[in-house]
Design a protein around this ligand. Structure first.
Ligand code: NAP
Length: 254
């Protein structure tokens, strides 16, 4: 079929976005709603009011789902009523946590928490929601990876390991499901101004070193990720599979 701009429309689609309360997840939720999707906003505390207000402002539609993604063994049970009610066409695995500590002191409980939220829950959600996508022969999964899916980072060993795993899982699922109408891809954001990066933005030296290396000359904003997310969630990306799309103001090219 010849290309037309409707390929970017998400009208009639249902999307689930994890970590929808703040930052990148909030921006992507609003962006998917603006493109026409009904958005299931997943958070772990009942505090999604700001995201809901932003979607209300653009006349979009949403529902909220509260699941603590660090409690991986409870996710399947809590998803059941959601899957009975909705056929989810688009899954954005965005929720993520970071813990900074030198490797020799790194606490085991922090290692496990970061792994549970950043990768173990991503597998469970992708498996449970991906199953329906495969059955229906249509689906888009967009995982939020990181520059630390490629690089080592400093003092964030669990985060780096989890984000390398996100890139690997993206390719593994893409290989299995591309022939069944389900595209699995990832976005690797560069340095974006959110809660996740507050500590390094407040560290004057780190902040300057980081800014020096970004050809765009500025930190990214959450809205900088939205175009890539809508593209990967839409028909326009039907032949894109297993790709990790870097959105970083040029950092990786330097
Ligand atoms: P953020 O504002 O801290 O967003 C993280 C989101 O995940 C929050 O909405 C948070 O909810 C949610 N979350 C945390 N623990 C959860 C849990 N147990 N269950 C359910 N939800 C949970 O930071 P962000 O920068 O937007 O991060 C979004 C994604 O982008 C993450 O995967 C992060 O690794 C990735 N990323 C960010 C950058 C960057 O520069 N900012 C760069 C590369 C990748 P609460 O706030 O309610 O806890």
């Amino acid at each position: 079929m010849a290309f037309n701009m409707d390929f970017f429309s998400l009208k009639g689609k249902t999307a689930l976005v994890t970590g929808a309360r703040t930052g990148i997840g909030q921006a992507i939720s609003v962006g998917l709603a603006a493109a026409g999707a009904h958005v299931l906003l997943l958070g772990h505390r009942d505090n999604l009011g700001e995201t809901k207000a932003k979607i209300d402002d653009i006349g979009g539609t949403y529902e909220t789902i509260l699941i603590d993604l660090s409690d991986v063994s409870s996710i399947r049970e809590q998803l059941k009523p959601v899957l009975e009610k909705h056929s989810i066409d688009i899954l954005v695995n965005n929720a993520g946590v970071i813990h900074r500590e030198p490797a020799v002191d790194y606490k085991e409980q922090e290692w496990l928490r970061v792994m549970d939220v950043n990768i173990n829950s991503v597998f469970v959600l992708s498996q449970e929601i991906g199953r329906g996508m495969v059955e229906r022969g249509f689906g888009k999964i967009v995982n939020i990876a990181s520059l630390l899916s490629f690089q080592g980072g400093l003092f964030v060993p669990a985060y780096t390991a989890s984000k390398h795993a996100v890139a690997g899982l993206t390719k593994a699922l893409a290989n299995e499901w591309a022939g069944q109408g389900v595209q699995v891809n990832a976005i690797a954001p560069g340095y974006i101004e959110t809660n996740n990066t507050e500590a390094i933005r407040n560290d004057k030296n780190r902040n300057e070193t980081i800014l020096d290396r970004i050809p765009a000359g500025r930190w990214g904003e959450s809205d900088d990720l939205v175009g890539a997310a809508v593209f990967l969630a839409s028909k326009a990306s039907d032949y894109v599979s297993g790709h990790v799309l870097v959105v970083d103001g040029g950092w990786m090219g330097r």
